[in-house]
Design a protein around this ligand. Structure first.
Ligand code: SAM
Length: 481
């Protein structure tokens, strides 16, 4: 199961292959959403050119970078704990420099330098190209900060180095920032306004990945359906674009088609979709191309119209159902997953029941569920008291999770008895003699290795399942091999 905040990879140290000429050692740890992990690949690419090799040994690092997440309070507390650890190591190795990157850097800006005395450098998500200058500053003994948010930075011209890669699946960033202003969410403040990356550079990256043997890409953005390229600039300024810019603009449905056609055997996924921005043409494009996977991550956050409004989610539960119906009609075997927040301010038992009944309607394949965490500076924090008692939040969240488990098992069971194409990603965690891969719907499958290898597309007969894993046997290579 692919997670937006994947607990298993939080704090992963990223390594890239060693360049003998490089003399300095970089230790980089990443937290949060997939965008952050993708950004760390851009940072590593910039620093590789500055003479840095990555290391997994904190004690021997010349530069320690932590790419941070602000989405919930817990994420920030984890980073603060890590900074304490870095402080202890710095006492043994005083030459070591520490930099904070990403959303927490953007949110706290130079407060970080005052509060966390061990931090030498603070760099926001749009300032990574300035890292060489900032590192020079800290080398010369000064603290360095760049948290300027950009109107047009997409890092489209930087080829990310793939860190800790399986060589089969890769993320391709297509938009940065978010304009949606959901009242609970810190992202618009930490990642700035929404801008889209040039489709030419996206397709070049897709082709390069295919050339290197990758078989699946996930197009990444906070809100991919809102993708709009009209020659550069912010999404909100599209109205001011010239007639020719408007006529030649590329929206998300068109971009999906371009990617699907660029490499017809490459699997294409995308994340995240926002219901208010997902249009019928995206679903139609998905249904038209076999290599676009049948899986949509479609966060809803609540099933109550009153709470959706308070969250500034610009759709109703009825409109969400309509979207789900359209998806099921055009792509009957499409997997759908959710993000849900329990205990948003003013949420009543009635609102919570609406969430459970919405889940019953959709019967999501997967879900990522959270208790509301008040984030400073957001509209909800400014206007609404965090008034749902902690134990009520926890109880409601537990009910949401239990229902999701039931639905997840039901959806997994629907694959049993079918023969499906699985793309092999690696060895199964539980058995060295089995491969692990995913079907189009993103469900994990395991099957005996036999003569197959990593990166093969294999037709697998699904014989059994656990709640989230399909168990099968290889029948033959698929036609995509
Ligand atoms: N852009 C996507 C959207 O709005 O649907 C995902 C944004 S966020 C990186 C991933 C998830 O974190 C959200 O969908 C939401 O469920 C959760 N989240 C965001 N802010 C939160 C908060 N203040 N408290 C609890 N969960 C939160």
């Amino acid at each position: 199961m692919e997670k937006i905040i994947n607990e298993e990879v939080q704090g992963t140290t990223l390594t890239l292959s060693k360049n003998e000429k490089s003399t300095r050692k970089l230790y980089i740890e990443s937290y949060g959403c997939q965008m952050n992990f993708s950004d760390s690949e851009i940072v590593a690419s910039i620093l590789a050119k500055e003479g840095f090799n990555t290391t997994q040994e904190l004690a021997e690092a010349d530069l320690v970078l932590v790419n941070t997440c602000s989405i919930r309070e817990k994420a920030e507390l984890t980073v603060r704990k890590r900074l304490e650890k870095f402080n202890a190591v710095k006492k043994i190795n005083p030459k070591m420099k520490v930099g904070v990157l990403g959303c927490m850097a953007e949110r706290l800006k130079d407060k970080f330098l005052d509060e966390e005395k061990i931090v030498d450098m603070v760099v926001g998500p749009d300032a990574y190209k300035d890292l060489p200058n900032l590192i020079q500053e800290i080398d010369e003994g000064r603290n360095a900060v760049n948290v300027i948010l950009s109107k047009d930075e997409t890092y489209g011209d930087i080829a990310p180095v793939r860190l800790n890669t399986n060589g089969v699946t890769a993320f391709v960033s297509i938009t940065r920032g978010c304009d949606n202003m959901c009242t609970f969410c810190v992202v618009p403040f930490t990642r700035g306004r929404e801008r889209s990356r040039n489709p030419v550079s996206i397709i070049e990256e897709v082709n390069e990945l295919w050339g290197k043997g990758f078989k699946e890409i996930t197009l990444l953005g906070q809100n991919v359906d809102s993708y709009l390229w009209y020659g550069g600039g912010l999404k909100k300024d599209f109205e001011k674009a010239s007639e020719i810019q408007k006529a030649t603009s590329v929206n998300f449905a068109k971009l999906l088609e371009l990617c699907a056609l660029a490499q017809p055997k490459m699997r294409v996924r995308f994340s995240t979709s926002n219901p208010q921005d997902m249009t019928l043409d995206v679903i139609e494009t998905m249904s038209k191309f076999e290599n676009i996977c049948n899986y949509i991550h479609l966060p809803v956050q609540s099933g109550s119209n009153r709470i959706l409004k308070a969250m500034n989610r610009l759709h109703t539960r009825e409109q969400y159902f309509e979207l789900i119906d359209n998806i099921r009609q055009l792509i009957p075997d499409c997997a759908i997953s959710q993000d849900m927040i329990s205990g948003f301010p003013t949420e009543t038992e009635e609102d919570h029941k609406d969430t459970l009944s919405l889940m019953e309607y959709v019967k999501y394949d997967y879900g990522f569920m959270f208790a509301y965490s008040e984030r400073p500076g957001t509209l909800a924090a400014r206007k609404l008291a965090d008034d749902v008692p902690e134990n009520t939040k926890k109880r409601r969240l537990a009910e949401v999770i239990a229902l999701q488990r039931k639905h997840g098992l039901f959806r997994t069971q629907q694959h049993v008895g079918k023969t499906q194409e699985i793309l092999i990603e690696g060895t199964s965690k539980k058995s060295d003699s089995h491969w692990m891969g995913r079907n189009s719907q993103n469900t994990v499958a395991v099957f005996p290795k036999e003569h197959y290898k990593i990166g093969d597309f294999v037709m697998v007969k699904i014989n059994d399942c656990t709640s989230a894993t399909l168990i099968g046997e290889g029948v033959d290579y698929s036609k995509n091999n």
